[in-house]
Design a binder for this molecule. Structure first.
Ligand code: G1P
Length: 299
């Protein structure tokens, strides 16, 4: 008899970065809370995790960033005020910010030692079960959403699963890059032979980068605990996954939806524009505004 399909209940979201690329605003506001249209950037990754069936979100945060916890906590005083004023629509919007039935936990990363170190901070809360990692800077739009599609394939294939996305060969040195071991299997998953963090373009094993969505077995923590320093002198998640590959299969799910790199200003602005254009109440006005700006941009 086939064993029961594995369950994905927990997701780790690293949000400890200082957001220096967005200074000066990040002096006072966590980058993850900057708005994409009218919701904080991080809420899109939370929504994607919940759409994949996740019911516990573990934030890896840093000292001095309490506002993320505020956002995902109920706001009874504000709710009472809106109820009293009869502002039912706004009340619904407010309540929807905290998804029902989802538990939020917070762990502090006290030193910025890299993404691998950040994920390792979740070890006690994850325990001995598979878990997802989502990097909120990467805003991914797909139907089904990226993590949900990965989870469906992973439930059949088992092992570990990472998202992979094609980028121009000249860009690979900015990312983690996969080395496929062969073509995609019947579940649409590519078996991996390796992966490397921020390779020189001439050393890159492919032009398929890691856009920050992972489903991982708890054995990964063993490799993270080794604390080996990789690219940039940091403890890299990619290196720990490459070590895990010697013991367990790792598959790549090829994501071909939309990606906005909200780690940088241009990607962040693009996400704002694209998502505003999807909103019926905003699209026409934003389109008109953009048309008005274009001649000036060409001048
Ligand atoms: C991190 C990961 C890298 C991944 C990238 C996606 O890099 O280490 O593998 O491709 O996110 O944005 P960072 O952006 O932190 O340098």
């Amino acid at each position: 008899m086939p064993s029961a399909a594995p369950i994905l209940r927990k997701a780790v979201l690293p949000v400890a970065g200082a957001g220096t690329r967005f200074l000066p605003v990040t002096k006072a506001v966590a980058k993850e809370l900057l708005p994409v249209v009218d919701r904080p950037l991080v809420s899109y990754a939370v929504e994607e995790a919940v759409a994949a069936g996740v019911s516990e979100i573990i934030f890896i945060t840093a000292p001095g960033k309490p506002a993320i916890q505020d956002y995902f906590s109920p706001a009874p005083a504000l709710e009472a005020l809106l109820a009293e004023r009869g502002e039912t629509h706004r009340l619904e919007v407010l309540r929807a910010a905290v998804p029902a039935g989802v538990r939020f936990s917070y762990v502090q990363q006290d030193r910025p030692l890299g993404l691998g170190h950040a994920v390792a901070c979740a070890r006690a809360l994850v325990g001995e079960e598979p878990f997802a990692v989502l990097l909120p800077d990467e805003l991914l739009r797909g139907d089904p959403p990226c993590l949900a599609a990965m989870a469906t394939a992973w439930r059949r294939a088992g092992g570990n699963c990472v998202a992979a996305l094609e980028v121009p060969a000249a860009d690979v040195s900015r990312y983690g890059v996969i080395a496929p071991a062969g073509p995609a299997n019947d579940d649409g998953l590519i078996p991996l032979a390796g992966m490397v963090e921020k390779p020189a373009p001439e050393d890159a094993p492919s032009n398929l980068m890691l856009p920050g969505r992972y489903i991982l077995q708890p054995r990964l923590f063993h490799h993270l605990a080794a604390g080996r320093r990789g690219a940039g002198g940091e403890i890299q998640l990619t290196d720990a996954m490459a070590a895990l590959l010697a013991e367990q299969p790792v598959f790549a799910y090829r994501f071909d939806g939309q990606r906005f790199d909200c780690g940088g200003k241009a990607g962040f602005l693009a996400a704002n524009l694209a998502l505003a254009l999807e909103r019926p109440e905003l699209a026409a006005e934003v389109r008109q505004l953009l048309a008005g700006l274009t001649p000036a941009a060409d001048a």
